[in-house]
Design a protein around this ligand. Sequence first.
Ligand code: RP5
Length: 168
Amino acid sequence: MNQNVVAPLVGVVMGSRSDWETMQHATQRLEQLGVPHEVRVVSAHRTPELLVDYAKSAQARGLRAIIAGAGGAAHLPGMIAAMTAVPVLGVPVQSRALSGLDSLLSIVQMPAGVPVATFAIGNAGAANAGLFAAALLAAGHANIAAALADFRAKQTADVLAQPDPRQP
Ligand code: RP5
């Protein structure tokens, strides 16, 4: 699938270019599963007006999920969730100072009424956010459902094919 010509269903945003090393694990899963997506740097603190525009236009532009990754004072996912009904999947990026615990607590401790689905700190969280976004879309997109089922089956087969950890 050519990701450039199909309207994106998932927005992947991050607070800084420095978050890309982590967030690329989300886009890798989306690409693998054929989920049309877009990628943007949108900072809650450095580009607040862009954040408002992005969040308020997301639903009308056809986005069905937003994966938002940020580190430290990680306000991006919560602020997006405050301004759109599109489901927001938060990824705590591993910060240098506090190893991502600051990011995790900033994202997960939302007040009742403004949910952010929060994932694990770092690469695993980003990967799982990509898979979760695909799962959200699977009910309405048979191609994504099939790709997700194939991914899960292969993952299981790979483990079963090599049960002895001493073997290379
Ligand atoms: C957050 O501050 C970003 O999400 C990033 O994780 C962190 C550090 O950003 P840089 O100083 O590397 O741009 O807003």
